[in-house]
Design a protein around this ligand. Structure first.
Ligand SMILES: Cc1cc2nc3c(=O)[nH]c(=O)nc-3n(C[C@H](O)[C@H](O)[C@H](O)COP(=O)(O)O)c2cc1C
Length: 188
């Protein structure tokens, strides 16, 4: 079983990244493999079919790597900050580089972090996108707030809130269970 977590924050070392790291740890504790693709570290070009605008090789390689990892994944987790009441444009752009081929009948987990009023609205919006990609958005989702995190001495965020740690473990149990017991292999 192999998973992929895509993070759509504009910031390196984001809260969403910290949440992804917690989820990664829980997934690995269950002896499953997962890659974290942080778009702040591995940016992509804005989707562009003109072929007339300058491109950066590293960004093109990032897009290819993202597609490869998504192809190989048995489940995908989308992580986003709350930007203007929704998911980030960075994440949407990354999803626009992918197709149904990477999502069809795969379980998809949704997580987000807000700095203002905590909100799960970005996740409701993402559910519609996942449906369009023919993925299966699992019911348990995680919507945190900046205050659910603390920082280590070097400034690295970590998920410190007990209740969210518990929720994160339930979330991991659920998405792994969906992936392990998928009745939809023949529909992929
Ligand atoms: C463009 C932009 C729009 C934002 N809009 C909202 C918002 O609508 N509601 C909110 O609670 N926070 C909003 N924020 C604050 C972010 O949610 C906050 O910075 C949060 O810590 C981001 O999480 P991250 O560290 O995972 O990137 C916005 C931030 C940016 C950069």
């Amino acid at each position: 079983m192999k998973g992929l977590i895509i993070i759509g924050s504009a910031k390196r070392g984001s809260h969403t990244h910290a949440l992804a790291q917690y989820l990664k740890g829980q997934i690995e504790e269950k002896n499953q493999e997962v890659n974290v693709f942080d778009l702040a570290e591995r940016p992509l070009h804005t989707l562009d079919f003109t072929g007339q605008n300058p491109t950066i090789d590293a960004f093109n390689q990032n897009a290819e790597e993202l597609k490869k990892l998504a192809d190989e994944a048995d489940f995908i987790i989308l992580g986003t900050p709350n930007y203007h009441g929704s998911y980030s444009g960075i994440l949407k752009n990354a999803l626009d580089h992918l197709t149904m081929d990477q999502f069809k009948m795969k379980p998809v987990g949704l997580v987000n972090n807000s700095g203002g009023i905590v909100s799960a609205e970005p996740l409701s919006h993402l559910r519609i996108i996942v449906r369009s990609l023919l993925g299966i958005a699992v019911p348990t989702q995680i919507a945190t707030h900046d205050s659910d995190y603390k920082q280590l001495e070097d400034g690295t965020y970590y998920l410190s809130d007990d209740e969210f740690q518990l929720r994160a473990r339930l979330f991991v149990d659920q998405i792994l269970s969906f992936a392990e017991n998928s009745p939809y292999e023949h529909l992929k």
